[in-house]
Design a protein around this ligand. Structure first.
Ligand code: SF4
Length: 699
C-alpha cells in the first residue's frame, strides 16, 4: 500500500493506493493519518482508481503526426527554442505551466526560464484561480502566505464563505466545517455568493450579493466595525500601517448601511445581521475562493476582506483569519518556486537586486530575469501578435480554460513552435501542438505538492510509467541540457530537485522571508520518501512545521507591519446592456475536474451531471421562450455555445451559469472559455471569469 496525495483540488487529501488482489488495478481510499482529510475522500478522489488505465493516454513522443524517439523530440524542442532565442531574444519564448505539476517539476521549469534562458515569461494556469489572492497577500502581509490552518475552520465560531461553492469545489473542507457545526450548533456559517449553491444548505445566512460588489460589502463591514468600536487598537497601532486611510475610503464609499445594501442588492436587515455577527464573533474565519479572485477587482476584494481582520486583530490567532482556498493540488507549491511570471523563486522578488543576487549566486546561472514576464492572458495575446514565437505548455489545456479561448486557438495556430507535455493524447490544445511529449500521470509521478493550508505532502509513484512517458522534471532537464545548460540541470531524481529547492528557501533567509523549508534540506533519498505532511515554514532540522503564521503580530514588509490597503469599489469592466442583458458566470461542478481528461473516464462521476448546461432563474428562462431541458444558445461578444437549459433554483435574476469542464475534445459545443471576456485585474492579471455580459436564446 502506498501513501500519496489526491491530484485534484487544493484541499490536498491524503490517499492510500492498494493493489487489488486479482491484479486488476488499485483500491483507493482516504489516508486516515493525513491532516487534511483524516480518511475522508470526496466523489472525485474516491473514483481515482477508475482513471488509471491507458485509455486516452499519450504514450510516446510525436513531432507532427509522426512517432519519434525521445532523443529526436528533445533535440527538436531544444534546437527550436535555441534558434528562436538566438534570432529574437529570450523574451520571444515562453512556458505556460500548471498547478497540476509537482513542486519539483515547477522548480526546474522556473529555473530554466529565469536563470538560464533569462526571461520571466513563465506563467501558470494558477493565474486563473489564485493570483488575486497572491497579490492581496503580498500587499497586506509583504509576502504571499496563508495565515491559518484547516483546524482553525473547526475552531472558529463564525465561518464566512465568500465566492466559494465549498460543498462542490472543496468537499472535504466543507465536510469538516459542517461536522464542526453539528458538534457545536452555535457555530455560524455565512455564505456570500450571488448563487444559492449547495454550500448554502448548511448556512445560517446567505447574502446573494450582486456579482462584483464584494468591495462595497467589506468596506461597509470595515466602516461598521469602526463605527461600533470593534477595533483592536493596540494591534492596529503596533502591527499595521495605513489604517486611517483604509478607514477613510471605507467610510466614504460604504459608510452607510442602506447604501451598501442597495449597491449589493441585498436586504438591509440581512446585511445588518451579518455585520452584527462578524462584530460579535472574535473567532471568525473569512474563507474566499474564485468568486473573489476571478475578477477585475480581485486583488482589492482580497484586501477589503483582509482589512476587516487586521482592524479587529483577528489574524494569527486560533480560529481566526482570512483564508484563501486554493483551486489546484499544487497552486501553492508553484508559488513557492516562483512559478508565476511576476515572482522569482522561494518567494523572492523579481526587480529586487538583493534577491536576484541570492538566486543567481545559488544557481550559478549565466543570467537572471530582472523584470516580470507576461501573465497568462497577455502571454497568449503576445503569441497572437507574433511577439512570442515559441511556447511550451505543460499539463494544462488553455484552449478550453483561458478567456476568449477562440483567440487563444488562433494564437497557437499562428505560433512558430508549440510544444505540449501532457499525459493525455487528445485535448483541444494538443490539436495545435507541433511537438507532443508524453508526461507521467498521477500514480506514476513522484514528488511533492503543497495544499491550501501550507501542508507539503508527497505524491508517490505506485505504478510503472506508461508507454514512454517521463516525469516533467526529467523532460525539462533534458531540454535544458540540450540547450547547453548541462551544469544546472544534472538532476537524476525528484529528491535532488527538492533538496535544491529547500536549500534555496534558506539562502540568505534570516527569517525575513516567510517561506523557509531549510529544515527539509539534506534529506537522503529514504528520508525524502518518508516525508510526512508538514506545514511550512520549518526553518530548522527537526522543526515540526507551523500551523499558524503571524502569531507574534510580525508581518513580512521591511518594517514587519501589515498594510491596510484602501480599496475603492469598482464594478466589473463590461456591463450588461440591452443586447447582452445577463451576467455569464462560470465554475466547477461537484464531480468533474478541469477539462475532464481524467474524471471524464469514470462513468460513475458522470451520473451526477452528464452533460453541459445553462442554469438560469425561472423568470429569465421564461423570457427566452425555451423550456427546461431544451437546447439554448448562450452568446457573448466573444463567442457562443449550445447547451441544455436548466432551472436549478440556484440562480438570481439576471445571471446565468455554465460549467467550465466541457470542450470540443468531449464532442460538445460547450467550451465556455470561448465566451468569456479577456478582462483582467490590473494588479494580479487574473481574468474576470465570473462576469461576462451574455444573452440566451432558443436554439
Ligand atoms: Fe481530492 Fe479535493 Fe476531493 Fe480531497 S476534496 S479527495 S483533494 S478532490
Amino acid at each position: 500500500m502506498i501513501r500519496t496525495t489526491c491530484p485534484y483540488c487544493g484541499v490536498g487529501c491524503g490517499v492510500l493506493a492498494k493493489p487489488r488482489e486479482n491484479g486488476a488495478g488499485f483500491e483507493i481510499s482516504g489516508d486516515p493519518h493525513h491532516p487534511a482529510n483524516r480518511g475522508r475522500l470526496c466523489s472525485k478522489g474516491s473514483a481515482l482508481g477508475e482513471t488509471l488505465d491507458l485509455d486516452g493516454r499519450l504514450l510516446y513522443p510525436r513531432i507532427g503526426e509522426s512517432r519519434v524517439t525521445w532523443d529526436q523530440a528533445l533535440d527538436h524542442v531544444a534546437s527550436g527554442f535555441r534558434r528562436i532565442i538566438d534570432q529574437h531574444g529570450a523574451d520571444s519564448v515562453a512556458l505556460y505551466v500548471s498547478g497540476q505539476l509537482l513542486t519539483e517539476d515547477y522548480y526546474v521549469a522556473n529555473k530554466l526560464m529565469k536563470g538560464f534562458i533569462g526571461t520571466a515569461n513563465i506563467d501558470t494556469n494558477s493565474r486563473l484561480c489564485m493570483s488575486s489572492a497572491v497579490a492581496g497577500h503580498k500587499r497586506a502581509f509583504g509576502e504571499d502566505l496563508v495565515p491559518i490552518c484547516y483546524d482553525d475552520l473547526e475552531l472558529a465560531d463564525l465561518v464566512v464563505l465568500v465566492g466559494s461553492n465549498t460543498a462542490w469545489c472543496h468537499p472535504i473542507l466543507f465536510q469538516r466545517i459542517t461536522a464542526a457545526k453539528q458538534r457545536r450548533p452555535e457555530m455560524k456559517i455565512v455564505v456570500i455568493d450571488p448563487r444559492r449553491t449547495a454550500t448554502c444548505e448548511f448556512a445560517d445566512l446567505h447574502l446573494p450579493i450582486r456579482a462584483g460588489t464584494d468591495v462595497w460589502l467589506f468596506n461597509g463591514l470595515l466602516a461598521y466595525l469602526h463605527q461600533h468600536g470593534i477595533v483592536d487598537t493596540q494591534f492596529v497601532e503596533q502591527h499595521t500601517v495605513d489604517a486611517s486611510r483604509a478607514l477613510l475610503v471605507a467610510e466614504n464609499t460604504a459608510g452607510d448601511l442602506r447604501a451598501v445594501a442597495k449597491a449589493c442588492r441585498i436586504d438591509e436587515r440581512q446585511l445588518a445581521e451579518f455585520y452584527g455577527l462578524f462584530a460579535r464573533t472574535a473567532k471568525t474565519i473569512t474563507a474566499f475562493s474564485q468568486g473573489v479572485n476571478q475578477s477585475s477587482v480581485g486583488t482589492d476584494k482580497v484586501n477589503a476582506i483582509i482589512n476587516c481582520h487586521l482592524l479587529t486583530g483577528r489574524i494569527g490567532k486560533e480560529g481566526a483569519g482570512p483564508f484563501s482556498v486554493t483551486g489546484q493540488p499544487n497552486a501553492m507549491g508553484g508559488r513557492e518556486v516562483g512559478g508565476l511570471a511576476n515572482m522569482l523563486a522561494a518567494h523572492m522578488e523579481l526587480g529586487n537586486a538583493h534577491h536576484q543576487r541570492i538566486v543567481q549566486d545559488f544557481w550559478h546561472s549565466p543570467t537572471i530575469a530582472d523584470k516580470p514576464g507576461l501573465k497568462a492572458v497577455d502571454l497568449f495575446e503576445a503569441i497572437h501578435e507574433g511577439k512570442v514565437k515559441a511556447v511550451w505548455i505543460m499539463a494544462t489545456n488553455p484552449l478550453v480554460s483561458l478567456p476568449d479561448a477562440d483567440r487563444v486557438k488562433q494564437a497557437l495556430q499562428r505560433c512558430e513552435l508549440v510544444v505540449v507535455s501532457d499525459c493525455v493524447e487528445k485535448t483541444d490544445t494538443n490539436a495545435c501542438a507541433h511537438v507532443l511529449l508524453p508526461a507521467a500521470g498521477w500514480g506514476e509521478k513522484d514528488g511533492t505538492v503543497t495544499n491550501s493550508d501550507r501542508h507539503i505532502s508527497r505524491q508517490r509513484a505506485f505504478m510503472p510509467l506508461s508507454g514512454e512517458a517521463r516525469p516533467d522534471w526529467w523532460i525539462i532537464s533534458e531540454v535544458a541540457r540540450r540547450m547547453g545548460f548541462a551544469q544546472g540541470f544534472d538532476f537524476s531524481s525528484p529528491h535532488e530537485v527538492f533538496d535544491e529547492h529547500a536549500r534555496l528557501s534558506a539562502a540568505g533567509n534570516d527569517d525575513s522571508r516567510a517561506f523557509h523549508i531549510g529544515g527539509l534540506t539534506g534529506l537522503d533519498r529514504a528520508a525524502y520518501d518518508e516525508i510526512s505532511p508538514v506545514q511550512w515554514p520549518l526553518p530548522t532540522k527537526g522543526h515540526a512545521g507551523t500551523a499558524r503564521l503571524m502569531e507574534d503580530g510580525r508581518f513580512f514588509h521591511p518594517d514587519r507591519k501589515a498594510r491596510m490597503v484602501p480599496t475603492t469599489p469598482r464594478m466589473p469592466v463590461n456591463s450588461t446592456d440591452q443586447e447582452f442583458p445577463l451576467v455569464l458566470n462560470t465554475g466547477r461542478i461537484r464531480d468533474q475536474w478541469h477539462t475532464m481528461t481524467r474524471t471524464g473516464k469514470s462513468p460513475r462521476l458522470s451520473t451526477h451531471i452528464a452533460e453541459p448546461y445553462v442554469d438560469m432563474h425561472a423568470q429569465d428562462a421564461l423570457l427566452t421562450g425555451a423550456k427546461e431541458g431544451e437546447l439554448v444558445r448562450v452568446s457573448t461578444r466573444w463567442g457562443s455555445l449550445i447547451a441544455k437549459l436548466k432551472v436549478s433554483g440556484e440562480m438570481p435574476r439576471g445571471m446565468t451559469f455554465v460549467p467550465i469542464h466541457w470542450s470540443d475534445a468531449f464532442a460538445s459545443d460547450a467550451r465556455v472559455g470561448a465566451l468569456v471576456n479577456p478582462i483582467v485585474d490590473p494588479i494580479s492579471g487574473e481574468p474576470e471569469l465570473k462576469h461576462t455580459p451574455a444573452r440566451v436564446t432558443p436554439f
